[in-house]
Structure formats: C-alpha cells, structure tokens
Design a protein around this ligand. Sequence first.
Ligand SMILES: NC(=O)c1ccc[n+]([C@@H]2O[C@H](COP(=O)([O-])OP(=O)(O)OC[C@H]3O[C@@H](n4cnc5c(N)ncnc54)[C@H](OP(=O)(O)O)[C@@H]3O)[C@@H](O)[C@H]2O)c1
Length: 261
Amino acid sequence: MDLGLAGRRAIVTGGSKGLGKAIAAELLAEGASVAICSRQAGELQQAASELAEQSADGKVTHQVCDVTDPEQVAAFVSDSAAALDGLDILVNNAGGARPGRFGTLSDADWLADTEVKLMSQIRCTRSALPYLRGSSAPRVININAVYARYPEPAFLASSVNRASCLSLSKALSIELGAEGIMVNSVNIGLVTTPQWENIRRHRAPDVAAADFFGQLAKDVPMGRFGRPDEVAGIVAFLAGDRASYITGASIDVAGGLGQYL
Ligand SMILES: NC(=O)c1ccc[n+]([C@@H]2O[C@H](COP(=O)([O-])OP(=O)(O)OC[C@H]3O[C@@H](n4cnc5c(N)ncnc54)[C@H](OP(=O)(O)O)[C@@H]3O)[C@@H](O)[C@H]2O)c1
C-alpha cells in the first residue's frame, strides 16, 4: 500500500529513542523527511545518524529541545520547517511516565507532568500550525495513553493529563477540520521502550526484567507488551493519504488493554 508519504516533511518530538525513534524510522522508510528533538544531545545525535543511515531518500535533521520550554519549542519547529522546506506532519510524542498515586504526588509532580504531556502538545501544535497551513496534507498525531480513558491510580497524573490530551485532540480536530488539518490520537498501552526499563529500575530493581514485565503483561488481553514498530505503522498510516478522511479519532494500540467500549 502506498501511503503517499514520499517527499512529506515531518517533526517527531522525542525522536531519540523508544516510540519516537521507531515512528521517525517508519516515516523515513515511507519516503518522508524527518526532524527529531530530545533533551540529551549525544543520544539525539546518535539516533539521527542511525536514522539517516537507514533512510532511502529522506533527510534527517535534529535539534536539542526540551518540549516544556516554550522558546525552545518555537525555535525547534521554525528551524525544522526551514531545514525541511515546510511541514506536513507533526507527531507529538515526547513525554515520559510519572508513576505515583494521589497520596504521593506533590503539586510539583502534577505541574511537571502537565508541562511535559499537555502543554508540550499545545505549544508544539501552536508553533507548527502556520507551517501546516501551507501543506497540502497537514496532519497532527498525538501520542497518548489508554490511561486517558481508563485511569490507573498508580499512574494518576499521567491518567488525568492524558485525558486532557485526548480532549485537546478532539477539540482541535473540530476547530481545524474546515481547514483540512487532521488531528488524531494514538493511545498506547504497554509497549517495550527505554521508558519501561527506567520504571522497572525505580520500582523493582531486584526483580528480573522477564518477571516484572511478565507480571504486567497479565493485564493485557493479548498477554504481551507491544513493540515500537507496532505503534509506528498506525502513525504512518494516519500521516498518509489513505487516512484522508480520519480526524478526531482515538485509536488504541494496546493489545486490548482498556476495559471500555
Ligand atoms: N511505552 C509505553 O508503554 C507508553 C505508554 C503510554 C504512553 N506512552 C507515551 O509515548 C511517548 C513515548 O514514550 P516512550 O515509551 O517511547 O518513552 P522513552 O523511551 O522514554 O522515549 C521518550 C522520548 O521523549 C524524549 N523526551 C522526554 N521528555 C522530553 C522533553 N521534556 N523534551 C523533549 N524530549 C523529551 C526522550 O528524550 P530525552 O529524555 O533525551 O529528552 C525520548 O526521546 C511518551 O509521550 C509516553 O508518555 C508510552
């Protein structure tokens, strides 16, 4: 299936590892050019080199940017659009888990989680909109979590903020639909990335990875964690021409996790 992504220009925030890197690789494999950002310069440079090596025709650019910093976001988006000669696709992916229950989360925890999840999607989208308006096939794809619709008390701040992100996606799809700017949400369940290894190290450093992840996977109807490429495929589809009438959608990539209709 030709997704029509050849020559398209994409930003993927948090593209240095995990889901963001897999999404960038998938878009490049489809012929798009990609700009990635993250906070750790060395890791970002390494990821950009690896992605460029795998890329067929597409260009890869990278810039250090903390998506919680409004000035860095504005600079990253405008520099990327200049380097790629425009922008068609914004993938708001940067973020991370903040485990914690109501009794343990401080105001600072709540505010930091809001900054990295909700405010980053707001600011990146705001900065990208002028460029997306110049595209013939503009797309915003927000990486969210199934916890947005299925709150998990052990990840309470994430659950509440992801619900806000889901509302943001839907509201923007309504507001921007007349302009042809499509906004969709991809909600992740449990997908193996460096983020999960960090969680294991904090929560259960003495438990073997296979036991830790095996226990968590029991809650997933498919009985396993997902792989980053299983997320990247649907993101590329939503970014491409075959998704030309899909906006405001909320699509779970979660192996059945999420007990709701
Ligand atoms: N994996 C899952 O099971 C799962 C489940 C639900 C939701 N998600 C969401 O999916 C997204 C990707 O997660 P992942 O599992 O791939 O995580 P990951 O392996 O930790 O990768 C996160 C990426 O985001 C970057 N990042 C984090 N904070 C940033 C910031 N403030 N500014 C710029 N870049 C930042 C990281 O680089 P630096 O640290 O160098 O900045 C890295 O490139 C996140 O939004 C996460 O919340 C994942």
